[in-house]
Every structure is written in C-alpha cells, then in structure tokens.
Write a protein that binds this ligand. Sequence first.
Ligand code: G3H
Ligand code: 13P
Ligand code: ZN
Length: 313
Amino acid sequence: MPLVNTKKMFEEAYEGGYAIGAFNVNNMEIIQGIVNAANKLRAPLILQVSAGARRYANQTYLLKLVEAAMIESGLPIALHLDHGDSFELCKDCIDGGFTSVMIDGSHLPFEENIELTRRVVDYAHSHDPMIVVEAELGRLEGIEDDVVVSAEDASYTDPDEVEEFVARTGCDSLAIAIGTSHGAYKFKPGQKPQLRFDILEEIERRLPGFPIVLHGASSVIPEYVDTINRYGGSMPDAIGIPEDMLRKAAGMAVCKINIDSDLRLAMTASVRKYLAENPADFDPRKYLGPARDAIEEIVAHKITNVLGCDGKA
Ligand code: G3H
Ligand code: 13P
Ligand code: ZN
C-alpha cells in the first residue's frame, strides 16, 4: 500500500469515536518503535516530521525510512509535515512525497492566517492524489523547536471564527487550542490539568463531521521522569494531559492527537537507565535497541488506552 492521506482515516475515526495517533519522528529507532506497535495492533498511523526533524535527519532519509515502514507493515500510513511555517516549506514537502502538511499560521492575524492557509490548500489540493492540509486557529503555550509561546501569548480558539476560517481556507482539518500545550511542562506544579471541553463541543456543533486536531497531547508519564532523574537527570516536576481527557476528546470531534514528548521521555529514560547499569558498553545498538522497545511500549499504550484506534487499519 502506498502512503495515504488522512481523508479516509479521519472519516472513519470521526464515525467510530476514536482518534489517529500522530507521532513525531527523527530517526530509524523512533520510526521502528512506533511502526512495530501500530503493526502489532493493526492501527492506522500518522508519522509526522517537524522542520527541526527535517533539518536534523534530512528529508530524503526520513522519507525512505517511512517508505520502508510502509513496505514492512502494510499499514495505512500518512506522512505529515508538523508545524509548517511557510508556503515554501509545505511545497517542498508536498513535492518530496508527503501526503499531508500542516500550515501553522496560528501566530498571524486572522486574515493573514486565512491567506497563507488558502495558498497552501490551493497547491496541496491540485495534486493527484490530493494532499491534505491541517491548519491552526488559536495558539498553544509551550516550546516547539526554537519557538517558545508564553502563557500570555497563548489563546484559546474562538468558536465564532471557525466556520468562516474553514469555509474560506478549504483546509481539511483544524488544530485548536483548548488547554493543551507543547513540551513536558504543561501545567504549573500544583495546578489541576483542565481542558476546555465546552470550546470543543461548540466547535463540533458549528463544524459537524469536520476533523479536529489536538497538539501538545503528551501525558508526561511520571514513571519516565522518575527514571530520568534516578539515573542522573534533573527534570523539574512535569505535568501533562490526563489520558482520560484525551480519550474523551477522541470520542468527540478530535480525529488526530499529536504526541511527541512522551516518546522523547520514554527513549531518554531507557538510554539513561541502560548506560547507568552498563557503564562499560559502547555499542549504540545496546542502548538504542531497548530505547526502540520503550517507544514501542508507549505507542502501544497510547493506541489502546488513549486513541482507541487498535484494529482499525
Ligand atoms: O510540536 C512540536 C513537536 O514536538 C516537534 O518538536 O520541533 O523540536 O522537532 P521539534
Ligand atoms: P507534545 O509536546 O505534548 O508531545 O506535543 C507534540 C505536538 O503537538 C507535535 O506537534
Ligand atoms: Zn504541535
């Protein structure tokens, strides 16, 4: 099966009350860990590449690894650009073989966000087979690559804007801000995690059947932070999004849930533990193998307990 876009995946997810996991990839072990889990559970999959990942690993290397994953697993896999910040970057990814791109104009004024998104949609939709476009309205707090959004600059999505935005841009899915944020520090210590389900409900009412995307959806599993700190790390207390809230969102209009930090934590905890317990080892396969297994374990957990997309491939 060739790489697919997310059109059919999202239609089925919306109807079925589950979500597809979109996991960020940077290297072979991460891709293999994610795909091993999805393959065992027969889960449809979105592998996403950020601008930083593209700079780090090189687009051709990542494309070929994803192609290998598709051949080995036979799963429906979409290759998605995460947080594209310009028309040129989206175009490069589309021309290179991505099946889905995000144009993130969430930092722009409303009209400029529409204009930029529309330009990417026109280009993406003119391709055969069609490339799909995710857009964003509202602004998440947190850190992604070298962009840091402070709490003051973050803002919830305004439901009054979504119908006009979707109609005028022609985008295929919409990322919204309802209280999730990027990175490991989503809430202040002592703060109770909360998501604005009232906003999600209102958006769902105004855009019936339209796929919604949640970014910044890692749960920041305490066990990984503890392991990192036990083996030489010094991470401050970190709080993520409770998994039951994500499961609830997946049962609503949310069809794509972005998870990166939880995989980073799983991998780093595994590498730290292995090297601390085996200080004389210097073969990278010895510590990257268990790290790949740790990625597989966390992704299997997300597919079964958070996304509900097991058996849907
Ligand atoms: O939302 C951003 C993702 O976690 C990717 O992070 O830009 O550091 O690759 P990155
Ligand atoms: P996390 O940092 O919560 O994993 O979010 C990842 C993300 O939204 C990628 O676009
Ligand atoms: Zn994101």
